[in-house]
Design a protein around this ligand. Structure first.
Ligand code: AMP
Length: 280
């Protein structure tokens, strides 16, 4: 595995893989890698012969009171894990190369970013869209793999990729979970043992609400019940729990189309997100 930190070396490495006739997959991450990230790399190899994994804790997608400075940085372990799954290139760009002095351009996606996490994390998806666009321009992959764990993010990336005619196929990958149902996340390591014990209830409550909706109960009632259950379970704050159209993310009052049930809640100061499919 090649570890690359600058754009010229990256471009040269990509060019040489291209001349070998290889297709390129890109897996963007912020590091602190876990089995969820590694599943994306494996999926990458189903579509390409070279997989580039970027690790970059992107400052522009964190709000001023969010966890940018304490976000886990575990570069050595990450590179070892990537080597273990046979990644071709680990790309760890420097902040000053990604955002050089004088940089003044950002990618702003309207509509789909206005609700859910977008409503609670102003500017977050502008940061995501800008950095992912830059990674697309730098790597110029054939395919890029993103987890359904960040379901709204995946929808935003699909949106601007189409809107900007970026020639990359964007693929989603299923959420990888602990055996107790907790979705793997780099932020899970913030959880104190007592919080970790509560955390899987988020997924259990989502499943219960999805089942209730599927069996014909009113969406509003099912979501109210789930909201109460989340707070009763010991979550400090609920940002949202909503049923949305799986493709457009439009709000759904009834299960009339393939849907997604999405949630964001705080356990202590740690913000957890999760979502599950709700088929009509
Ligand atoms: P992050 O490092 O949190 O920015 O995530 C990098 C990529 O990994 C994103 O596409 C995430 O959606 C994906 N990802 C994170 N956690 C999981 C998970 N538990 N299962 C599948 N994909 C995940």
């Amino acid at each position: 595995m090649q570890i690359i930190r600058d754009i010229p070396t990256l471009r040269e490495a990509i060019r040489s893989r291209r001349t070998e006739g290889k297709h390129i997959a890109l897996v963007p991450t912020m590091g602190a890698l876990h089995a969820g990230h590694l599943s994306l790399v494996k999926q990458g190899f189903e579509h390409a012969q070279a997989v580039v994994v970027s690790i970059f804790v992107n400052p522009t997608q964190f709000g001023p009171n969010e966890d940018f400075s304490k976000y886990p940085r575990t570069e050595e372990a990450d590179c070892k894990a990537l080597e273990g799954v046979g990644a071709t290139i680990a790309y760890l760009p420097r902040v000053e190369d990604m955002y050089p002095e004088g940089a003044a351009t950002s990618v702003k996606v309207a509509g789909i970013t206005s609700g859910l996490c977008g409503a609670f994390r102003p500017g977050h998806f502008d940061g995501v869209a800008t950095i992912v666009t830059k990674l697309f321009m730098q790597v110029q992959p054939d395919v890029a793999i993103f987890g359904e764990k960040d379901y709204q993010q995946l929808a935003v990336i699909r949106r601007f990729t189409q809107d900007l005619d970026i020639p990359v196929q964007v693929l989603g990958a299923p959420v990888i979970r602990e055996s107790d149902g907790l979705a793997l996340s780099s932020r899970n390591r913030y959880l104190a043992p007592a919080e970790r014990a509560i955390a899987p209830k988020l997924h259990a409550i989502l499943q219960e609400a999805a089942q209730s909706i599927k069996s014909g109960n009113a969406v509003k009632t099912a979501l109210e019940k789930a909201s109460q259950a989340i707070l009763q379970a010991g979550f400090a704050k609920l940002d949202y729990i909503e049923l949305r159209d799986a493709a457009t993310l439009a709000p759904l009052e009834k299960l009339t189309a393939p849907a997604r049930l999405l949630v964001a809640a705080y356990l202590g100061t740690t913000r957890l997100i999760d979502n599950i499919e709700v088929a009509p």
